[in-house]
Write a protein that binds this ligand. Structure first.
Ligand code: MSP
Length: 697
């Protein structure tokens, strides 16, 4: 068996700051990397950032800075967070680095020379959010994410993906472990069986990317660019002999960990690019599910992200790591909530493992002066005899990437040892036995508990490394990173070992932990892209979610029906619903200029307007902001015929959190006056010629 293990995470887009969804993949990779290293395997763990493409270019424009400045800032945030989380990546690749550019140029040139890349023209739809060419009619939403697609008509370079249909299917057949789990494997096989079309691999309508060698009008398609990070990071494209040796040593990768939404890119395009270049595909690609928050995928565009920093500030990195791996069944979607996090923390970490360590070591301190006693065998207990089975069960599950079950089995052991301590009650001394007998009994019970703690700690070290390191030192065993954690067997803790200094491992979460985290998140909820701070730990400028959104006070969005706030609660900011009956016009609270500036009002031009089936009041609009096109749903269908709106310049609230109406995402809100009892909408507009995208302030 080869003694190297190369594993990767996806490289993250820098249009969004890191959140606990992106943290999830990186933590999973870190757990695997730590475990491999603990088993003596030469491990290389790669992560990084995906920094090119139209989406990033637009985000930078919106933030009024150059794409390079923008990507430098966000990439630094990712790194800072990963470091704070104690993630042990060996390399962090950025696609804007020269070493990556070299690798991309080399692969592109090779495929062109081998006849797998040719020039053609592409007319079709493009989803900027997914950076994907999609096979839908003009105006139709993206089949994957539901956002509007843009029509692209460009002369492009194409990759002959169609030539790999049979080869890929044969490869999947011969390598069942190539795509895991089975459901994803079946999806990929069906996708390929349905027929592969050649894939456009360059763009000409924007500049932020790696130019096609010798034809600089084109930039290389961002997904081709991004996938190549897995080889450019380990030396592909470099002439330096050390880099070449590194590439020889580590490629093919042993494991690419990806979210389920990007399996097609990794399992179809990536092996095809590699096969075309004469390189072996990675050995295995594992797709995990999504972390959901408030029932939908946690993502920036949905505006429902939770920052890892909030949890680190209140409960620490181990709490988040443990929660993610214990609560989410790997491969399936799992939900995050602050309640569940704190409950898990208190029950499993503070009251479970932490308390077991504390009571055991305190008693060794009290009865044996802090020296591990020798078990006399007076009380043979199932803890010792069951230990080999418990170790084997844990190892089996974790090697199958079933982290949740592995932790469940470790915590079954925690509960068993805890129960054993309570039942044995070594703190009591029955009258019937002598001091000597009592000492021998205590020695056996406390040795058994301490040795079980050593084994549990060694097993769970990759998941809760900070706590495990502390416990290891408290057990008097020194630095866990230097310990040999392979081949764990009962009896490894030597009697006579002097315990280290004992201290709390997981203090109980305070009563207000949930509210504290919620408040921190709320204060950071709607950060504007233009204000992403350079340092991850710097306070982020915020937009208060409590600013009454005009959509809810003028009833435009509310008119759309489901999923919007009931109109009766909309004016809540102006006074309680039980206000005196005489007060017909509530007096709004005064706000400061800073409050006003939190609302980003911009000029946009309506490009598409159409009715939404079965929603009499609702129009689906596509509006151009100059730097991006958005879909907005507006309750103005009774006042405006859709065709009269095309080309009209309107004012929109650009930083409103997106929401879904009739299953369609609305990304912003049109500003209008509301007339009469029925609230007839009249769109705001300008007398002078006005530039699209201009901000109102
Ligand atoms: N840049 C591409 C990947 C290129 S890899 C050659 C990309 N980036 S991403 O930032 O949008 O997301 C990458 C990964 O982040 C997902 O595949 C997934 O692993 C992780 N996650 C992002 N949001 C997540 C959740 N809500 N839940 C779980 N994982 C999530 O796609």
């Amino acid at each position: 068996m080869s003694n190297k293990f190369y594993l990767t995470t996806p490289i993250y887009y820098v249009n969004a700051r890191p959140h606990i969804g992106t943290t999830y993949t990186t933590v999973v990779a870190d757990v695997i990397a730590r475990r491999k290293r603990a088993q003596g395997v030469d491990t290389f763990f790669l992560t990084g950032t995906d920094e090119h493409g139209q989406k990033i270019q637009r985000s930078a424009e919106k933030a009024n800075c150059s794409p390079q400045e923008f990507t430098d800032q966000v990439a630094a945030q990712f790194r800072a967070l990963w470091d704070r989380m104690g993630l042990t990546y060996d390399d962090f690749i950025r696609t804007t680095e020269p070493r990556h550019k070299r690798g991309v140029e080399k692969l592109f040139t090779l495929l062109r020379e081998r006849g797998y890349i040719y020039k053609g023209s592409y007319t079709g739809q493009y989803c900027v959010s997914d950076e994907a060419f999609v096979d839908v009619p003009p105006g139709a939403p993206c089949p994957d994410c539901g956002r509007i697609t843009e029509t692209v008509n460009e002369e492009n370079y194409f990759f002959k993906l169609s030539a790999f249909e049979r080869t890929l299917l044969e490869y999947y057949e011969a390598h069942p472990e190539f795509i895991r789990p089975e459901t994803r494997r079946n999806e990929v096989i069906s996708f390929v069986k349905a027929g592969l079309k050649d894939q456009s691999v360059s763009r000409t309508s924007f500049k932020w990317g790696i130019p096609v060698p010798g034809d600089e009008k084109h930039v290389i398609y961002v997904w081709m660019d991004a996938l190549i990070n897995y080889i450019s990071a380990i030396g592909y494209g470099s002439d330096d002999p050390a880099d070449k040796a590194k590439f020889e040593k580590y490629w093919p990768a042993d494991l690419h960990i990806v979210g389920k939404e990007i399996t097609r890119f990794h399992c179809v395009y990536w092996p095809a690019f590699l096969m075309a270049a004469g390189l072996p595909p990675p050995k295995s690609i594992v797709a995990h599910g999504w972390l959901l928050f408030e029932e939908s995928k946690m993502s920036k565009s949905r505006g429902n992200i939770v920052r890892a920093e909030t949890i680190l500030d209140v409960l620490g990195a181990d709490a988040l790591r443990y929660f993610l791996l214990r609560e989410v069944v790997f491969g399936q979607d799992g939900s995050f909530s602050f309640d569940a996090l704190v409950q898990r923390y208190n029950s499993d970490l503070a009251n479970g493992y932490g308390n077991l360590v504390s009571r055991t070591l305190t008693m060794i301190g009290k009865y044996f002066d802090g020296v591990v006693p020798e078990a006399t065998g007076l009380q043979a207990d199932s803890i010792a005899t069951e230990a080999p089975n418990a170790i084997a069960a844990f190892n089996r599950s974790i090697d199958a990437l079933d982290f949740s079950r592995a932790l469940e089995s470790a915590w079954t052991m925690v509960a068993a040892v805890d129960g054993y301590l309570t039942a044995s009650a070594p703190w009591k001394q029955p009258d019937s036995i002598t001091d000597e007998q009592q000492r021998a009994f205590r020695a056996t019970v406390l040795y058994t508990a301490a040795e079980a703690i050593r084994i549990i700690t060694a097993l769970v070290y990759p998941v809760i490394p900070d706590a495990a390191s502390k416990v290891w030192t408290q057990l008097g065993l020194g630095d866990i990173q230097k310990a040999d954690l392979k081949n764990l067997t009962w009896g490894g803790l030597k009697p006579g070992t002097q315990l280290g200094e004992i201290g709390p491992v997981f203090p109980r979460a305070e009563k207000d932990a949930i509210t504290r985290m919620q408040e921190i998140e709320q204060a950071n909820a709607t950060v504007t892209e233009s204000k992403i701070p350079l340092s991850a730990s710097a306070p982020i400028e915020t937009t208060q979610t409590a600013v009454p959104a005009p959509a809810e006070t003028d009833g435009l969005a509310a008119a759309a029906g489901e999923e919007s706030a009931p109109p009766s609660i909309a004016p809540a900011a102006s006074g309680p619903a039980t206000a005196a009956p005489m007060a017909t016009t509530p007096v709004p609270e005064k706000i400061t200029i800073d409050d006003f500036l939190k609302v980003e009002l911009r000029v946009a031009q309506i490009k598409v307007a159409e009715r939404v089936p079965k929603a009499d009041k609702l129009l689906r609009l596509e509006v151009d902001l100059g730097y991006e096109t958005r879909q907005i749903l507006a309750g103005i269908a009774e006042a405006y015929a859709p065709e009269t709106l095309i080309g009209r310049k309107v004012v929109i609230v650009a930083n409103l959190a997106p929401r879904k109406l009739r299953g369609l995402e609305s990304n912003g809100m049109i500003v209008a006056a509301s007339l009469g009892e029925a609230g007839k909408p009249v769109l705001a507009g300008f007398l002078e010629e006005i530039e699209i995208g201009a901000r109102l302030k």
